[in-house]
Design a protein around this ligand. Sequence first.
Ligand code: LLP
Length: 424
Amino acid sequence: MNHFQYKNGVLYCEDLPVSEIAAEVGTPFYLYSKATLVRHFKAFDSSFEDIDHLTCFAVKSCSNIGILSLFAGLGGGADIVSGGELYRALQAGIDPKRIIYSGVGKRADELHYGLKAGILLFNVESEQELYRLNEVAAELGVKAPVSFRVNPDVDPKTHAYISTGLAKNKFGIPIVEAAELYEQAAGMENIKVLGVSCHIGSQLTLISPFIEALRKIKDFVKRLEEKGIGIQYIDLGGGVGIIYDDEEPPHPQEYAKDIKAELADLEATLIFEPGRVIVGNAGIMVTEVQYTKSNRGGEKEKHFVVVDAGMNDLTRPSLYDAYHGVQPVVEKSGGRKIVDIVGPICETGDFIAKDREFPEVSQGDLLAVMSAGAYGFTMASNYNSRPRVAEVMVSGKEFAVIRERETVESLIQGESIPEFTGES
Ligand code: LLP
């Protein structure tokens, strides 16, 4: 359930017509509903309320500080993957003791920043990273809190680009080799081993891969205990899928029930890193129809709706062939056609929807691209020198611009013309 609903044929975000916001902020823009963000965060977090756990929101999915601070207020932590995300999380007021740091390629300066900030855990993904972290912690005279991200070699049955828990993926330490690294780490001066983590992929619509991974982790934790290495935290990553089209992902409560049943005999704090399931359906992207045209002459006539948002603003359709629902902001009653909804970028791969049956629309109509809250704005770029769009949050009848639209001036900020470009 989300708060983007039609009332008398007009799309509302909570109690505000989307078209009213568009008239004030221009298009394209991302639009988030505060009530939906809160509802989805609580739906996930409260599913585990009867056990010791921490919900660390995956900042990469939606990193605006206005949204992160909302989750901070609900007791949420953050799963970060860069120094930039750490900065955002801290600016948003997330308690460092609720921040965990994942990722295969952490630089020394990023490890330094995390240690200085006093974060809860580093999810270490390689032997070299462990040694680097030990060195950086020694320079600072502290002990680095460590969880190893193990790779359980489980097929999450999702898109190949977002599968992360197979042996052939770059992530984590093979679970069969990890015990040795734990033993090494336990003997290191500036390392404090606290946990085990894993993340097998994103947009999972089945619970079974999570359970398969969890069973492997449970066995692994028991083996570590036999070696005298106690584990305080078990981090199960993110990955619960959402409905974009006709998927049937588990409800967080179902997911929680199965996980809890599986973990009944383990004493540890559970950590989760959900992103998409919290923000995905709490945000849309609003775009305006610029032109409609038909290309005849090929095998069949093609109809295009050209909008003012492109693959630089929402990359998912181009990159993953991902489906996003598209709806006119004001419902249309006329005929329907099969169309491609495309952007202004100079690439054939620049599309939002392909071969979609769609009501007839005209220049100036507003369209809502649904389920765009996760990996929407955060994956946007300036390709084709397009300023990144505004982000707006609604609460009831109010709205706030939580990120201003970039300007053409901001596009060249930091660039300069060296003197020698004028020399022949
Ligand atoms: N934890 C780790 C270590 C991750 O790598 C990810 C996502 C998450 C948590 C959050 O997963 P979620 O709950 O959002 O599924 N750009 C792609 C998704 C990439 C996911 C990468 N890792 C997309 O647009 O589908």
